[in-house]
Design a protein around this ligand. Structure first.
Ligand code: SAH
Ligand code: TYD
Length: 408
């Protein structure tokens, strides 16, 4: 029987996708026969409200020197992190002598470059060596290690405590959460803030965006589950703000207990989550039914288009697409190829279903009219970029919140 990674209570599995490959495991044909698969199952803990995976994948299989996700592939995300850095500097660092900022999971430096550019003392922790190298080459002080409590001791010894610890789309990737939060507690200055953001459980449930569920996402956070976790470490959620990125995210502001005033936003969001029944197993059982229905509709649409002789391709070889393709059993017969801008993915094959990944240039040249938008979380950016495709009668198919054609 599985126990909760946070509070050790018994957890209830509510959705199983069966055997799944690594979401970012893009591969060459020579690696098809040795491809790794694991059981993708999601569970709910009725004690601390944490939604989490039932089976975990070894971190070294996911984060290494060929990590396929480069943060700076989205211009909108670059703007998002620029805005975040400017708010942090204005609100929290302007009156601090010799401020020190740490980022956990700093990837290619999309956020920290705004601190290195201003000569603000900073440190990025990024275990995936290829993306860390990009940051280092751009002058960003980066340590290529996994953050945990042990590493935090070395950091404090060498650099002192941090005024800001920032992390985006990383905390939900780390199952050994108690070690990480202990490390943060020890590294954070007495009046410091730990600010992090991750896809929000409330949005995932509301939009049936089940493609957020894959190996790297060990957790699906809510304000309620994060409050429970922080309380176990004598830390406190002092503010929360919804973010319009990655299909709906939550930014959490964490301080040492009783160090700061708690904003009403925290109490309001916990009340909202109760109203949305994010603390009840039945909510996730309903979610499961909608996931099944979404799968049926997507497969039905793709078969209909194929029967009509229409070719369909994918846009954005996202990690999320791995869940959709494998769960819906979409093979190259239904989806010819996926185009993407990330050099390391191009000319490889998608995990599990082995759909070819082609360069974005092929999309610009193609006359294909039906495109399945896997990078739906970047749709504002993509709709703006692909005005010509739309003007020429091209159609984006989405499956979030329901299977439909995207309106311009
Ligand atoms: N912050 C970036 C990258 C998110 S992708 C953004 O929002 O775009 C998740 C990143 O977390 C990867 O770069 C991965 O290498 C990193 N990561 C995974 N486990 C980690 C750990 N224990 N400590 C620090 N980074 C970690
Ligand atoms: P993203 O949705 O950010 O994350 P994840 O992999 O975690 O699901 O991935 C975006 C992918 O889409 C990435 O491989 C780059 C690609 N992409 C494009 O090809 N064109 C674009 O205009 C954008 C914004 C992304």
């Amino acid at each position: 029987m599985n126990t909760c990674l946070i509070c050790q209570s018994k957890i209830s599995p509510f959705l199983s996708f069966g055997k799944m490959p690594l979401a970012n495991g893009f591969l060459n044909p020579s690696d098809f026969s040795s491809e790794y698969f694991f059981n993708l199952t999601v569970c709910f803990c009725n004690t601390c409200n944490m939604v989490q995976l039932g089976e975990l994948v070894d971190r070294n299989k996911m984060f290494h020197e060929n990590y396929a996700f480069y943060s700076s592939t989205s211009a909108f995300m670059s703007e998002h992190f620029k805005n975040a850095s400017e708010t942090i500097i204005t609100d929290y660092l302007n009156n601090v002598t010799d401020p020190f900022v740490i980022e956990i999971g700093s990837n290619d430096g999309i956020f920290l470059k705004h601190f290195s550019g201003r000569k603000i003392r900073h440190l990025g922790i990024e275990p995936s060596k290829n993306v860390a190298r990009v940051a280092k080459n751009n002058g960003i002080n980066t340590l290529s290690e996994f953050f945990d409590e042990k590493l935090s001791k070395q950091i404090v010894k060498k650099y002192g405590k941090a005024h800001i610890i920032f992390s985006a789309n990383v905390m939900c990737h780390i199952p050994y959460m108690h070690s990480v939060i202990d490390g943060i507690k020890q590294t954070l200055a007495p009046n410091g803030l730990f600010i992090f953001e991750d896809p929000y459980l409330g949005d995932i449930v509301e939009k049936t965006s089940y493609d957020q569920i894959y190996d790297e996402h060990a957790f699906y956070f809510s304000v309620s589950s994060i409050s429970y976790l922080m309380g176990m470490h004598d830390l406190e959620v002092v503010n929360v703000q919804r973010q319009n990125v990655h299909g709906g995210s939550m930014r959490y502001y964490i301080a040492h207990k009783n160090a700061m005033t708690v904003s009403p936003s925290v109490i309001n969001m916990v009340a909202y989550e109760k109203k949305k029944r994010l603390d009840e197993l039945s909510t996730f059982e309903d979610f499961k039914s909608r996931v099944n229905e979404s799968k049926k509709q997507l497969v039905r649409l793709l078969i209909k288009l194929k029967d009509r002789g229409e070719e369909v391709i994918g846009y954005g070889a996202t990690s999320k697409s791995t869940t959709i393709l494998n769960y819906c059993n979409i093979s190259p017969k239904l989806l010819s190829y996926i185009c993407d801008t990330t050099p390391i993915k191009i000319n490889k094959y998608s995990p599990g279903m082995h759909i070819p990944i082609r360069s974005y240039k092929e999309f610009s040249k193609s006359t294909i009219k039906h495109v399945l938008l896997f990078a739906w979380n970047h749709k504002e950016e993509i709709l703006l970029k692909e005005k010509n495709f739309l003007a020429n009668g091209g159609k984006f198919i989405t499956y979030v919140p329901t299977v439909s054609f995207l309106l311009k």
